[in-house]
Design a protein around this ligand. Structure first.
Ligand SMILES: Cc1cc2nc3c(=O)[nH]c(=O)nc-3n(C[C@H](O)[C@H](O)[C@H](O)COP(=O)(O)OP(=O)(O)OC[C@H]3O[C@@H](n4cnc5c(N)ncnc54)[C@H](O)[C@@H]3O)c2cc1C
Length: 421
């Protein structure tokens, strides 16, 4: 009589039922692999649900490696080229889900984000993969060669009951540290460290800035107001990147949103991924206009016009009014000397708000840094030091710009791992 194993055996166990883990389950399941997805949260895909302001910005027409930050900017190329934005769009089309392009190639669901999550869960079920929620993974132990083809043992607990699971391939898809209320944990980094993999420093990215109290007099009453701006980040003098080279400046055009705590909006979130403490943030509130020249011209043609009126022709009226209350005197243009005009133009084009920091992981959309890509195969996402162990999605040191790039990385890295696990 054949002996029953004392533990459940699985071809593939995936820890994390987020975007990357679900995609990996789909591609592995479609290859007839027996897949179990574990998650400690009560629901799968929490971040998909809240993404894109409730309409999931699921990918971008213009996915390029240069839209990703990583110590090795080449690492993401392989996965992104093998499971592309067109592959994900084809999946969305197959399910007949309507979507639209918002700006710069950003694709959003016409329906709530739940439509995208339901599509993923349907695909997971169709691929025969199983999902187990509210399950804590307490221990991971490598198995001896005698247990081949099984390589890893997991001790898990669900509803107070402990269990031992064995798997051939173990995929860590537990995400980054951003938004602990959504189930984020440092689990993936701990597993990497357990197996001797380098984990690069992490920080909150795509995150709003908080401002020092003296700035709030201007910004707090403007809370909720948004205006187009050009944001630039000038690295602190002498600051070097992780390769010891001088860090480069970065600029983004886009909306700037004033909040109770400071500054947010797409342009702020984008630049936050490049900003480090000590750097200077510079904001051009009227990009594309030479205010210096403009005001000097108007001094001749409309000398009686008030500064507030002129600024209000290029800025939201509330902002123009606030600037004239806090930064400038609201005089008529004729009263402004050349020096004064230059001062005004300089402040409007080169506002350097005093930043106290970011809102941190509480509101960050992603985590910068993570598992060093040098530790992984870019083709399979398998750890070079631990055969059968894979890391995918946000836990890896690959972070995208705002605009659907982070989900595309999750889909692509999840898919390529699923092809080999
Ligand atoms: C508010 C918000 C909006 C966003 N909007 C967009 C958007 O519109 N477009 C876009 O491209 N990106 C967006 N992002 C980023 C995107 O959500 C992430 O990049 C993406 O979800 C990462 O996928 P992942 O599968 O690697 O990790 P996650 O989606 O974070 O999934 C990780 C999973 O692992 C589970 N887990 C964690 N620890 C453990 C543990 N110890 N044991 C078991 N399970 C564990 C978690 O519960 C979670 O289900 C947004 C992020 C946030 C926070």
């Amino acid at each position: 009589m054949q002996q029953q194993p004392k533990h459940q055996q699985h071809d593939v166990i995936i820890i994390g039922a987020g975007a990357a883990g679900l995609m990996c389950a789909i591609s592995a399941g479609q290859r007839q692999r027996g897949v179990l997805v574990l998650d400690h949260a009560r629901k799968a895909g929490n971040k998909i649900m809240v993404s894109g302001g409730g309409r999931c910005n699921f990918t971008n027409y213009y996915v390029e490696p240069n839209r990703y930050l990583s110590r090795n900017p080449h690492f993401c190329k392989s996965a992104l080229s093998r499971y592309t934005q067109w592959d994900f769009i084809a999946l969305v089309d197959k399910h007949g889900l309507p979507y639209h392009e918002k700006e710069e190639g950003q694709l959003f669901s016409d329906n709530k984000s739940k439509a995208i999550l339901d599509m993923m869960l349907q695909e997971v079920a169709d691929a025969g993969a199983r999902l187990r929620l509210k399950t804590d993974v307490q221990q991971i132990t490598p198995l001896p060669d005698t247990a081949a083809p099984y390589r890893y043992q997991l001790t898990v607990e669900q509803n107070g009951l402990k269990e031992t699971l064995h798997c051939q391939s173990l995929v860590i898809a537990s995400g980054g540290l951003s938004m602990p209320t959504m189930g984020a944990s440092g689990f993936g980094y701990q597993v990497a460290e357990q197996f001797g993999l380098t984990v690069l420093p992490r920080s909150a990215a795509l995150v709003p800035f908080t401002l020092q109290p003296e700035e709030k007099e201007l910004t707090e009453p403007l809370s909720g107001l948004s205006t187009p701006a050009l944001l630039s980040c000038e690295p602190a003098k002498g600051s070097k990147n992780d390769k010891g080279k001088p860090r480069e400046g970065m600029s983004f055009n886009g909306s700037l949103l004033f909040t109770h705590r400071g500054l947010s909006g797409p342009a702020v979130l984008q630049i936050s991924s490049y900003w480090q403490s000590g750097d200077t943030l510079e904001i051009d509130l009227i990009p594309g206009l030479d205010l210096n020249e403009h005001l000097k011209e108007l001094r001749q043609t409309r000398p009686k016009a008030e500064l507030k009126t002129i600024l209000g022709e290029h800025l939201p009226a509330r902002l123009a009014k606030a600037l004239c209350e806090h930064w400038f005197d609201n005089t008529t243009i004729s009263e402004l000397s050349n020096v004064k005009i230059e001062e005004i133009a300089n402040k409007v084009h080169r506002w350097q708000p005093k930043i106290s920091g970011t809102e941190g992981y509480r509101t960050a959309e992603v985590t910068l840094g993570g598992i060093d890509t040098d530790e992984l195969s870019s083709k399979t996402m398998e750890a070079k030091k631990a055969p059968g162990l894979y890391f995918i999605g946000e836990v890896v040191d690959v972070s995208g710009h705002l605009g659907g790039f982070n989900f595309q990385w999750a889909w692509s890295s999840g898919w390529v791992a699923g092809e080999v696990v």
